[in-house]
Design a protein around this ligand. Sequence first.
Ligand code: WQD
Length: 337
Amino acid sequence: MKVLLTGGAGYIGSHTAVVLLEAGHEVVVLDDLSNASVESLRRVEELTGRTVAFVHGDMVDEALVERTLTEHAVEAVIHFAGLKAVGDSVRRPLDYYAVNVGGTLSLLRAMERTGVRTIVFSSSATVYGESAPTPYLEKMPRDAANPYGRTKEQIEDVLGDLGASDPSWRIALLRYFNPVGAHPSGRIGENPRGVPNNLVPFIAQVAVGKREKLVVFGDDYDTPDGTCVRDYVHVMDLADGHVRAMDYVAGHEGVHVWNLGAGRGYSVLEVLASFEKAVGRPIPHEIGPRRAGDLPAFWADPSQALTDLGWVAETPLDQMCADHWRWQESNPHGYAD
Ligand code: WQD
């Protein structure tokens, strides 16, 4: 199929582009490059020997999206584009609602006008909120506790209402847990702008000498070693999940939701120890105060994705850290190298 990836030059988008191209699909990327580098797409082409059509623009530009869908005869959309930092969303909620919700409405309007009815949406485990019992199940109520999570929840509602209003829509909502790792070649990987919010890219930048030390945000939680537990999932497994979900909804009308997590948790100190194994030396760190909003522990129940999609994320933590490190070590400055 001809697939449009919004935000496709980004971390998960670029890895999904590789899996799509290797499965024989054609890929068009629309990206405003606000948090991505077009170099990632050049390397996707290098890795796959296939070409990627690139449109530099903003999904909020309905006319541009419509032209892109028509000119490239797009048959399905995988929608990654959006702002995604929880703390940042608390500081500037209006930007998050304008970009994430407003941008998605523009995209959907353009799809409606051009007759493209298949979409896979990048949602997040953050929609489950602070009171959901672990492991998270798709049927659990949502109760996002920050503006970023609320934009994801609202977009899920928009897509749910759209699917209910017109049965020709084929919609997949994918709730990510904690994506980490990189393509095994080390040629593409996570390339956050500025100071990384997330644990593994921060550890990787300490290991490569770009940051002085890791601060562990609290070791007094009610968990086995006192540090928070999360469901880390390899980005290549996540990419595979997107292609399987797209193939599934291409044949099943309506709205479908799946957790994309491994179904088990690792603590901050376990991740750090695994990364130190990959690097081959200790990584400077200290215990600091808790970060506001962090939950002690959560992970996915991914059994629905296994049943419906045959999807399972079983890449072990050491492999995720080794792949992440190979990318960071060979690209100390990300795509700027
Ligand atoms: C993981 C653990 C931190 C950095 C977030 C978003 C979620 C999703 C994934 C988009 C926590 C600890 C972190 C550091 C630390 N993003 N940590 N020192 O918070 O589980 O999820 O990213 O969909 O929506 O909420 O991921 O990587 O930020 O943190 O100790 O410098 O690492 O406290 O326990 P999180 P994270």
